[in-house]
Design a protein around this ligand. Structure first.
Ligand code: HEC
Length: 194
């Protein structure tokens, strides 16, 4: 083999090796994004690293709330995982590690459909019905006294359309929950059963 031919062969091998490595790399990153988990950062709340807990929509009801202001009308539900519900019912304070409280927020919309039915069923009562419209956001408080020691054992997370809010937003959570310090930084009280 001439010197030139050897050069060509080595060159070709080099290109081959590069292509193989590139192909493997592309295949690997495609596989990762196909699993829907390309990067943890984009799914977890800043500061606290909390992702949306699986199955939270099936948790039990702690209470409901309504929030109305100049540019905002929301209906809200607070749900708890099993540890949270037990602690609320037993009046356990502070909440034990493993407690997760979810706060689901919807834009409140009035329901003409319901109003019509109510007007005919209860004439003159002036009943006005409003219901949960589009989802606004969902927030979580996660108790882990070791991991979140700096914030009294609570980690915070806020998601809109499945995406976490930014760091600036997450810096506001703990300070604003200070007034509820006597109830372990939780405002919501367990709603009595009708
Ligand atoms: C301006 C003050 C304020 C800020 C900022 C704030 N919260 Fe709250 N939070 C409240 C109040 C008041 C309630 C109870 C009333 C309600 O649900 O609207 C509450 C309720 C909650 C609840 C239900 C449990 C409870 O304490 O009643 C969760 C979960 C929650 N907030 C998470 C968060 C997260 C996560 C952040 C940051 C992204 C945050 N909060 C920022 C004031 C605040």
């Amino acid at each position: 083999m001439t010197l030139a031919a050897t050069g060509h062969l080595l060159g070709a091998l080099g290109v081959c090796a590069t292509i193989t490595v590139c192909t493997l790399y592309v295949a690997d990153s495609t596989a990762q994004s196909q699993q829907g988990q390309p990067q943890t950062e984009s799914h977890a709340s800043p500061i606290y690293g909390i992702t949306i807990p699986a199955g939270y929509r099936d948790w039990r009801l702690i209470s409901v709330a309504r929030l109305a202001g100049n540019n905002l009308k929301q209906l809200r539900a607070q749900l708890g995982n099993d540890i949270a519900i037990k602690a609320f019912r037993d009046g356990t304070l502070p909440f034990p590690d493993g407690t997760i409280i979810a706060a689901l927020h919807w834009n409140e919309v009035s329901s003409d459909e319901n109003d019509k039915v109510l007007a005919s069923g209860f004439p003159g009562a002036g009943l006005q019905s409003s219901v949960a419209g589009s989802a606004a956001n969902v927030q979580f408080m996660v108790k882990d006294s070791k991991m979140y020691a700096a914030t009294a054992g609570w980690g915070f997370a806020d998601f809109k359309n499945g995406r976490p809010g930014d760091e600036a937003l997450h810096k506001t959570c703990f300070p604003c929950h200070q007034p509820a310090k006597d109830r372990d930084f939780v405002f919501t009280r367990y709603a009595p059963t009708p």
